[in-house]
Design a protein around this ligand. Structure first.
Ligand code: SAM
Length: 201
């Protein structure tokens, strides 16, 4: 029998508690530890299908919640969704006009795995960089960012790039992450926009 965080435990718990996937517990774990999302925040979730993070976010904030994914996301009460590639350069502008202020950007986006570890890792780093670029394009100064990545070659480069834009940056492996996986989350707080930096010089 699995523990509540083990593979079977998290999966059956998700079914019992009505979440669309066991990934919900990764965000719950991160939120309990880092308090990334506040009660009135507007939140954008990149790579959001099937929608368990959107369900968790909806429970935390009374603000606007928007999910973006290549795949369609089945309707969730009080959540807007867009079927699109978030690396499309027009998306930040569209999101800005939909939400106005964006306080938090989350990305659990993952490329389709080929099974070749270093190739998959490189694609995941590239997607993380795209998520960072997106967040820099929409976040309000002081906003927060969470991105999934995989430890390995070039991970530290992504980490450094995140550090260039946020005052506080941590790396965390959630309790639900499967044994043997190199999956980690970069948790970045207090976005410093170029405008803010220029003003402080
Ligand atoms: C691990 S799943 C996300 C699970 C989600 N956090 C949840 O709780 O239900 C990763 C998602 O990233 C999406 N994805 C990958 N690349 C993307 C891109 N460029 N634009 C939008 N979505 C993308 C995939 O379609 C997939 O649905």
């Amino acid at each position: 029998m699995g523990s509540q965080w083990g593979r079977d435990g998290a999966y059956s718990r998700a079914i019992r508690e009505g979440y669309r996937s066991r990934a919900a517990y990764k965000l719950i774990d991160i939120q309990e530890r880092y308090h990334l999302i506040r009660g009135s925040d507007n939140v954008v979730d990149l790579g959001a299908a099937p929608g368990s993070w959107l369900q968790v976010v909806r429970e935390i904030t009374e603000g606007l919640v928007l999910g973006i994914d290549l795949s369609p996301i089945a309707h969730l009460e009080g959540v807007r969704t867009i079927s699109a590639d978030f690396t499309d350069g027009t998306l930040p502008g569209e999101v800005g006009s939909l939400l106005g202020t964006v306080n938090v950007v989350l990305s659990d986006a993952a490329p389709k795995l080929s099974g070749h570890r270093s190739y998959d890792q490189a694609r995941s780093i590239a997607l993380g960089e795209e998520a960072l670029a997106f967040s820099c394009g929409v976040l309000k100064p002081g906003g927060n960012f969470l991105v999934k990545s995989f430890q390995g070659e070039d991970f530290n480069l992504l980490l450094e790039r995140v550090r260039d834009h946020f005052l506080s940056v941590r790396v965390y492996r959630t309790r639900t992450t499967r044994k043997g996986s190199s999956e980690v989350y970069i948790i970045a707080k207090h976005f410093v926009s170029m405008h803010e930096t220029e003003g402080s010089v």
